[in-house]
Design a binder for this molecule. Structure first.
Ligand SMILES: Cc1ncc(COP(=O)(O)O)c(C=O)c1O
Length: 391
């Protein structure tokens, strides 16, 4: 690309143009609303892409981070931190895992899951699924089953295989004695909001067990109450070996984690894996307060109830539209698949003051804060209906 073209793409910015940015400058946010620099306020039905599950500037998270801010920010992972132990306890008490490694993001947590799987099993093959998304670093990108994400960054890390999603027979044929792990999103998020069937997740679990591979669930987008359970794998009543979390874990403060079964500890001994910032005291203050609130206020239950309401209202208002192919999802993670590209509709909805995001070319994705009210959801549905029905 020559400098002329570059200028055209990103004329006034000093940033790499990795994001096609909206004409919206963030100013402040509170609860379910974001205010832009021009003073206009938006109902946030994307929660920073499934991150701000408790709403913006949640008072408990704010207070916890503020208190830690005054105590100190960083001392290194050679120190013991109460915040790490308490946050890890909350995660293990509410999952099938027993021990935690903290990272700074979803992709980094997935890197840890890939490395742990290879080291523990002594095997190389990682199976993931077509249209999956696991992140942008070399390992997580290699695990991502989307050709467009790999483009230009080759050669890809070796040992990754992509199978059709929700297809038990294909998995049965591909999994073998060299398989270190099967990585699966319980609901594919970036790939278009496509839920894994409970039967498929059960089959992943049993085939992993039979072949000595680890069962890894990427709950970066689905976790922390989003789908109506604390982790989405619970809907299928399975017990993964490694759970990957990030996004909603710090309610906007960058933090990621893997939660693994106890026997995996032997593969991650001193010197095997590490991070300067992972488990940082500020991140732990945010994550601990987030988890305490999500648990004590039953945000997963709220997501289930509000999600059912949202689904019902969407079916009522736009289910009949000739533009709509399917409305699907779980809890407050919902995709509206259109018969045509979704981008222009998302922009029209934004102009009406409601924020949503795409998932693949044809899907409008809703990931509102789990604290959103039914009135606010109703307003979002009415806005979608008015845009779809008039354009
Ligand atoms: C399922 C899943 N895994 C991993 C990631 C990567 O997370 P991060 O952007 O924090 O690196 C994402 C981000 O969208 C995701 O949805």
């Amino acid at each position: 690309m020559n400098s002329q073209q570059m200028k055209h793409i990103n004329e006034d910015s000093t940033l790499f143009p990795t994001y096609k940015k909206w004409e919206l400058t963030f100013e402040s946010a509170e609860g379910s609303y974001i205010t832009a620099a021009d003073g206009k306020t938006y109902l946030d039905c994307m929660a920073g892409i499934g991150v701000v599950n408790l709403g913006h500037k949640h008072p408990a998270v704010l207070k916890s981070v503020e208190q830690q801010l005054h105590k100190g920010w960083h001392a290194s992972n050679f120190f013991q931190y109460d915040g790490q132990e308490k946050t890890a306890q909350l995660l293990t008490e509410h999952s099938s895992g027993d021990i935690v490694f903290f990272a700074n993001s979803g992709t980094e947590a997935n890197e840890a899951a890939i490395k742990l799987s290879r080291k523990y099993t002594g095997r190389t093959k990682i199976i993931s699924f077509v249209q999956s998304f696991h992140g942008r670093t070399l390992g997580s990108m290699a695990a991502t089953g989307q050709e467009s994400i790999h483009q230009g960054f080759g050669p890809m890390l070796q040992g990754f295989e992509y199978l059709p999603f929700n297809d038990v027979n294909e998995l049965e044929s591909a999994i073998d004695e060299d398989t270190a792990a099967v990585m699966v999103e319980p609901v594919q998020g970036e790939g278009g909001v496509v839920p894994a069937s409970p039967e498929f997740l059960k089959a992943v679990e049993s085939l992993c067990k039979k072949n000595g591979a680890l069962f890894v669930v990427d709950e970066v987008q689905t976790g922390i109450g989003r789908t109506g359970a604390f982790f989405a794998y619970e809907h299928a009543e399975v017990s993964p070996d490694i759970i990957v979390a990030a996004k909603g874990l710090g309610n906007g403060f960058p933090v990621g984690a893997i939660i693994g079964k106890k026997h995996l500890a032997s593969a991650f001994g001193p010197g095997s894996h590490g991070t300067t910032f992972g488990g940082n005291p500020l991140a732990m203050a945010a994550a601990q307060a987030t988890l305490e609130t999500v648990i004590s206020e039953d945000m997963a239950g709220q997501a289930a109830e509000k999600g059912a309401f949202l689904m019902e209202e969407l079916e009522k208002k736009i289910g009949h539209s000739s533009k709509v192919k399917e409305i699907r999802g779980k809890g407050l993670m919902i995709g509206i698949e259109l018969h045509e590209p979704a981008a222009d509709y998302i922009m029209s909805i934004q102009k009406q003051g409601v924020l949503m995001i795409g998932a693949g070319p044809n899907v409008i994705r809703l990931l509102p804060p789990l604290t959103i009210t039914k009135e606010e959801l109703q307003h979002a549905v009415n806005t979608i209906a008015s845009v779809l029905n008039t354009n």
